[in-house]
Design a protein around this ligand. Structure first.
Ligand SMILES: [Zn+2]
Length: 111
């Protein structure tokens, strides 16, 4: 698996994630749509936060099962966490051409 580097916009939050990302989830729920996420899910073991824990804050809504982690400085949300699973915002990875991703549309609005 390839190791990708990722970050928020201001660079306070940096991380590495292992994965071969060919597909992305594009969800139309009230949250994903507003943030424009292209998401992929990985086990926590494939994710390493390198910097920025102190700059990250957490947003929860609805059933409050997912920690949406975003940078307090620039407002970018590079990832979220639910238990042992990390949702990566593929738009935050360096060197990944998101135009090459196969988009899988998720009808999250109905949940
Ligand atoms: Zn930032």
């Amino acid at each position: 698996m390839k190791t990708h580097k990722g970050s928020c916009h201001c660079g306070s939050v940096t991380f590495e994630v292992e994965g071969d990302f060919a597909e992305a989830l594009s969800c139309n729920c009230s949250h994903c749509k507003r943030k424009g996420f292209l998401l992929a899910f990985v086990p926590k073991s494939q994710f390493t936060l390198l910097s920025g824990e102190a700059k990250l804050t957490t947003y929860q809504f609805n059933k409050k099962q997912i920690d949406h982690r975003f940078c307090q400085i620039c407002g970018v949300q590079p990832f979220g966490q639910s238990g042992e699973t990390i949702a990566i915002n593929l738009n935050c990875l360096e060197g990944l051409n998101t135009d090459d991703l196969i988009l899988k549309k998720v009808d999250g609005k109905k949940f």
